[in-house]
Design a protein. Structure first.
Length: 355
């Protein structure tokens, strides 16, 4: 079965900004003709904003329960366990009410309200495995983790010497309650490693070995007693060099793009990571426009995805068709998993005359 999007293929001479902007404005109308399966809501709008570190950021880490993901020789990556949010939703700042909503509705995704950032999605692990396999270097690079959720991909770049790392998620609660604390948790761990030769206290909590590219389901290695998990001590990391390399944004992609484009010069990224973000075809115009305008001329977009997202309708084939019709990027498969619900990692780069 082949699908066709009703977007014009841009001519080679079109002004790039105008081209994408025009297409985006037509988005809703054109989306009426997109193939649908289940619901296909309109492009969501949540005004973008930048989140500045709180004056007392380590408060976010008090009593934090963490997990650690270990992939080959990559540095261990720490993140807050998602169950914490269910148990402590009432006590947390959550203007969007997504902590309670997602728990009440037992839903990983409420389109336009909560876009799934509170848990780590499995394609993130595939992308981490790919970074291990292909040995991507981050030294001196500008990196964007787009649709970051827990932010593990950006955190990897940070730990591997990126010049700067920007994190974007749809939901401000995700950025404030998960992404920022995770970055701090990893800064804290660096500090502990530096000051604690015995190595004890590092990476406490659950440890998770990612088996992404190996086609096995990811296995959680529980604490030995299988019971409660150790809590980390909160060190002051507010001035940590790695934290100062980071910026954090929430909001939908079109207003995020408008926000950063107010800066002169606006950021351009050598590497854009985006994992499990192409599940909804209604969002493709804004996503494509963001990649188009924020990727540096020789930059790479690493995109990890499932073949198909049941109930939402998007997937790799539809996104590839969309990208092909736009004619801006070439897209190559880096890894195709074959078992169960198929997963993929692809890379996008500008076609020669579109840089
Ligand atoms: C399924 S989650 C994946 C989270 C994370 N990348 C991972 O792999 O664990 C999808 C993410 O895409 C982002 N997203 C989806 N649609 C968006 C939109 N229209 N505007 C901005 N962000 C969006 C949200 O931030 C959300 O966290």
């Amino acid at each position: 079965m082949s699908f066709c999007f009703n977007f014009d293929v841009p001519s080679q001479t079109t002004n790039l900004d105008e081209e994408d902007g025009n297409q985006l404005r037509q988005g809703k109308q054109d989306n009426a003709d997109l193939p649908t399966e289940g619901n296909n809501p309109a492009d969501p709008v949540k005004e973008a904003k930048e989140h500045l570190p709180k004056p007392d950021p380590q408060v976010l880490l008090m009593d934090a329960v963490s997990e650690t993901v270990v992939v080959g020789t990559l540095p261990p990556l720490h993140f807050l366990n998602e169950t914490v949010f269910e148990k402590t939703a009432e006590e947390r700042e959550d203007g969007e009410k997504i902590l309670t909503l997602s728990a009440e509705q037992r839903s990983d995704l409420i389109s336009g309200v909560y876009e799934g950032g509170l848990k780590v999605w499995e394609c993130t692990y595939d992308l981490l495995e790919l970074m291990e396999r292909d040995g991507e270097t981050f030294g001196g690079k500008r990196v964007l983790d787009l649709g970051c959720g827990a932010g593990l991909l950006g955190i990897l770049a940070l730990k591997r010497g990126a010049l700067k790392v920007h994190f974007q998620d749809y939901n401000s609660t995700v950025i404030e309650q998960l992404t920022v604390p995770n970055v701090m948790l990893n800064c804290q761990e660096d500090d502990e490693a530096a000051s604690d030769d015995e190595g004890e206290g590092k990476g406490k909590g659950k440890s998770q070995e990612a088996d992404g590219l190996k086609e096995k389901s990811k296995k959680k290695l529980e604490g030995e007693d299988g019971g409660s998990l150790p809590k980390k001590r909160a060190l002051d990391v507010s001035q940590h060099a790695n934290l100062t390399k980071c910026r954090f944004f929430s909001g939908d992609w079109s207003t995020f793009l408008a926000l950063v484009k107010q800066e002169s010069p606006h950021p351009r990224y050598d590497i854009i990571f985006t994992s499990e973000t192409i599940y909804n075809t209604a969002y493709y115009p804004a996503l494509h426009q963001t990649l188009h305008q924020l990727l540096a001329p020789h930059g790479l977009v690493y995109l990890a995805t499932k073949s198909h997202y049941f109930g939402v309708g998007g997937g790799l084939h539809l996104f590839e068709t969309f990208v092909e019709q736009r004619g801006v990027f070439s897209l190559d498969h880096l890894w195709d998993g074959e078992e169960g619900l198929q997963r993929h990692v692809v890379v996008l780069r500008f076609k020669k005359d579109e840089k």
